[in-house]
Design a protein around this ligand. Structure first.
Ligand code: UDP
Length: 248
């Protein structure tokens, strides 16, 4: 754990990064891009887990409920412009999450990779660590600030930068880990409890994008894939329970 001046490292606390897709904030039932009840449910779990489990918790939120770079590219929009639109979408989600988590009394900071001084602090690595040490939930917005990347890769990068012990990848499609094939289509699909990074690559298992997987492999950063939407699973994943699939 990195030392920050004036604050000795707190080895007792686990430092985690949770990657949450933008679609986890949406609801097919209400057809809302950001569904207040969905955000509220997640925020409550995150706020209570942060305190009860004494975590240093950072969240990377995606933007896919609003915009993805590839969506615009398909419509003829310049890819870099479309990706910037996607990054701005993540800022909207980050603010929604911040608002909901703080209503539970848990202080947060949104750190944006794209400068927008009136809205969020800029991402500065040492500042992110300081916020975590003070018990604030850090919400990373705008991915890593560069087009052609996803928030999966951004989450991996930030996790390595802040020296998190684990990257948690919460899925939102009802799949509780990594399977041998798509369990929605193949009833005989088997869930893996543990996998190596090489297994994920060689078996072409679609867990996160390949850039994120190879980055985690190169930097020895384990990933826990779990069902974010299943009751109680977020708490169990944050507590370090053996659920979902662990990739290391
Ligand atoms: N994005 C980007 N650079 C980044 C992070 C995100 O260009 O560092 C853009 C990219 O277009 C992406 C969009 O932001 O499609 C939304 O992020 P993502 O698709 O990862 O969101 P999720 O699917 O997790 O909701």
């Amino acid at each position: 754990m990195s030392a920050v001046e004036g604050s000795p490292p707190r080895a007792s606390r686990r430092r985690l990064v949770l990657k949450m897709s933008g679609e986890a904030l949406a609801s097919s039932a209400s057809d809302e891009t950001i569904d207040a009840a969905m955000v509220e449910g997640l925020a409550g779990e995150l706020a209570s887990a942060r305190v009860d489990l004494d975590l240093e918790l950072a969240i990377m939120v995606g933007g896919g409920n609003i915009w993805r770079g590839t969506t615009g590219e398909g419509q003829g929009i310049d890819r870099a412009t479309s990706d910037t639109m996607g990054m701005l979408a993540t800022v909207i989600n980050a603010l929604a999450l911040q608002d909901a988590i703080e209503r539970h009394g848990q202080p947060t900071r949104v750190l944006s990779a794209v400068h927008m001084a009136e809205v969020a602090e800029p991402y500065i690595r040492r500042r992110a660590i300081r916020h975590l040490e003070k018990g604030r939930v850090v919400i990373f917005a705008a991915g890593m600030g560069n087009p052609y990347f996803t928030t999966d890769t951004s989450a991996a990068l930030r996790a390595a930068e802040i020296e998190a012990s684990l990257l948690l990848k919460g899925t939102h499609s009802g799949v509780d880990g990594v399977y041998s094939s798509d369990p929605m289509l193949d009833p005989s699909a088997e869930r893996y409890e543990a996998l190596s990074f090489m297994d994920v690559v060689s078996r072409d298992l679609r867990v996160m994008d390949l850039t994120a997987i190879t980055f985690c492999k190169d930097n020895c950063l384990p990933i826990l894939v779990f069902d974010l939407m299943a009751a109680g699973h977020l708490r169990r994943a944050l507590a370090g329970e053996q659920i979902g699939t662990l990739i290391q």
